[in-house]
Design a protein around this ligand. Structure first.
Ligand code: 6PG
Length: 245
């Protein structure tokens, strides 16, 4: 059963998420001297990333032992205004002492299929070093769109049905654009998933995802069911407005 945590606003949601990141990082590094985190794109995580880079939180994470990945990326160059990497670089990556080799950027600038194949191979190599045959991120941060998409798994798109590859190039008709995205099996391999949902514009989708009959083609975020992991929804009151349960 997924846990639902409701906060008054995005700031309090971001603070709670920052505490989760610190706790998860400290536990992983204590156990294996390594913390693998998948970042979400979009706008919701911005205050979280800024908090993690702030004096209140940054000293609590052993950044040289942190490996940063992405759950999805727009098929644009890394310095493009729409790049999830660029947003993370500006709010977090450039402000904490991560090792450059530990920033595992999705190659949005490449041909989508080639980029997806390259990142898939990179993940398999990274996690194989741990003896893992799945991409068991210690923590995966995700968001959800007003259409119930998560990562770049949009309603009615091909990547929703991917069962073998860990990374897919996914053409999103409604955006007229390609995306790179972790696939459902890759997302659900994570040890822990935290979904950040903020704003009244997400209320209908969140209620549908959590309370409607399973229909992942229509509500892709319903696919988030970690095989052997923890799922938490961190939502603000505006996004939770329709939740009856
Ligand atoms: C992206 C994200 C995407 C995002 C949702 C919510 O590349 O846009 O990874 O899945 O989390 O679209 O976006 P907002 O946080 O901007 O509402």
């Amino acid at each position: 059963m997924a846990e639902r945590l409701i906060f008054p606003d995005l700031d309090s949601l971001a603070q709670a998420a920052a505490e989760i990141v610190v706790t998860s990082a400290q536990a992983a590094i204590a156990a294996r001297e390594r913390f693998s985190i998948g970042l979400s794109g979009g706008s919701t995580p911005r205050p979280l990333y800024a908090l993690l880079a702030s004096p209140a939180y940054a000293p609590r994470i052993d950044w040289p032992n942190v490996h940063v990945f992405w759950g999805d990326e727009r098929c644009v160059p890394p310095d493009h205004p729409d790049s999830n990497y660029r947003m993370a670089r500006e709010t977090l990556l450039d402000r904490v002492p991560l090792l450059p080799d530990n920033i595992h950027r999705m190659p949005g600038e490449r041909d989508p299929e080639a980029g997806a194949g390259a990142y898939d191979a990179h993940l398999r190599s990274f996690f194989a070093a741990d003896g893992e045959d799945v991409p068991r991120f210690d923590l995966l941060l995700l968001g959800m769109g007003g259409d119930a998409h998560t990562a770049s798994l949009f309603p009615g798109t091909a990547a929703l049905g991917e069962t073998d590859r860990w990374v897919a190039a996914n053409y999103v008709e409604k955006l007229g654009a390609w995306r790179l995205t972790l696939t459902p099996p890759a997302l659900n391999a994570a040890a822990e998933i935290v979904v950040l949902v903020s704003g009244a514009d997400k209320a209908d989708a969140l209620d549908a995802v959590l309370n409607s009959p399973t229909d992942p083609d229509r509500y892709p975020a319903q696919l988030l069911q970690p095989e052997n992991g923890r799922l938490r929804w961190l939502v603000d009151r505006a996004a939770a407005a329709r939740l009856s349960g």
